[in-house]
Design a protein around this ligand. Sequence first.
Ligand SMILES: C[S@@+](CC[C@H](N)C(=O)[O-])C[C@H]1O[C@@H](n2cnc3c(N)ncnc32)[C@H](O)[C@@H]1O
Length: 263
Amino acid sequence: LALQGIRVMDSIRWPARRGTVYLVGAGPGDPGLLTLKARDLLASSDAVLHDQLVSKEVLAMVPRNVKRVAVGKIGHGRHTAQSEIHRMLVALARAGRRVVRLKGGCPTVFGRVGEEIEALAAAGVPFEIVPGVSSALAAPAAAGIPVTLRGRATSVAIVTGHCARPGRSPLEGVSGADTLVVLMGTRALATLMSELRAAGRDPDTPAAFVSRATLPTERTVVATLGTLPAAVAEAGVGAPGVVVVGEVVRFREELGRVAAGAA
Ligand SMILES: C[S@@+](CC[C@H](N)C(=O)[O-])C[C@H]1O[C@@H](n2cnc3c(N)ncnc32)[C@H](O)[C@@H]1O
C-alpha cells in the first residue's frame, strides 16, 4: 500500500503546496473535463471545500483520507455563510494544510471567487486560481451549439438570471449581443425571455435550454425566445441549466441534418 502511495505521488506533476489555497474549477460535471492540474491538486490536497454543483464523479477523485467539506448552496435554500467559508479557508491554510476550494465550472464565472481572494489576501494566505471549463461554454458545446459562428455570431454575453425581477434586468446593456448565455436563469426564465422581447429581440429567435450538461442525465430543449419557457415546463427539465439565445442555436439543427445525412 505504501509503495502504491509513493507511485501515486510520483506521478503528480502539479502538487499542492502546504499553507496554500487553490481555487479550482471542477468543470461542468463530466470528470473527463477536469484539468490535469485540478486532478493533481485534488490528489495531493489535505482538505477540499466544495460547492453543491461539483459532480459526484469529480468528488470521487478526492482521496478517501482527505478532509471533505460541502459548503455549497442548495438551490435557493441552505448554504454555508460566505464569511464562514472565508474563516475555514484561512484557518486550514494557517494550520499548514494544502487546501482546494473546488467550484463547479470555472471559479471566475459567477463563482464568488473575488470575495474569497480578498479574504485570503487580507489574511496573508497564498492562493492560486486554477480555471475550469465553465458551463457557460460547455453546456452549449455539449448540445452542439457553438457560441460564436464566423460571419453569423461575433459577440457573446454571459449573464446571470439570478437577480432578474421586474424593473431590474440583468440583461440591460447586453441584450443586443449576437449570442446570450444565461446562467442561473431557470426560475426567472419567463421574465428573462419577455425582457428580451421588450428589448427588441425577435420572438422567433432560436433559444435552447441545456439541463445537467455533460452529465448522464443531460437534456436539451430547443424552441424560440417566445416559446422556450413553455417548452421547458412541458419537457419537465430543470436546474442546473444554461439558456442560449441566438442564431447559433440553429447550428444544432444543421448538425443534426448533417449527422442524419451521414447515417
Ligand atoms: C453559481 S453559477 C456557477 C457557474 C460556474 N462557476 C460555471 O462556470 O459553470 C451556477 C449555474 O451554472 C450553471 N451550470 C453549472 N453546471 C451546469 C451543468 N452541468 N449544466 C447546466 N448548467 C450548469 C447553471 O446555470 C447554474 O445555475
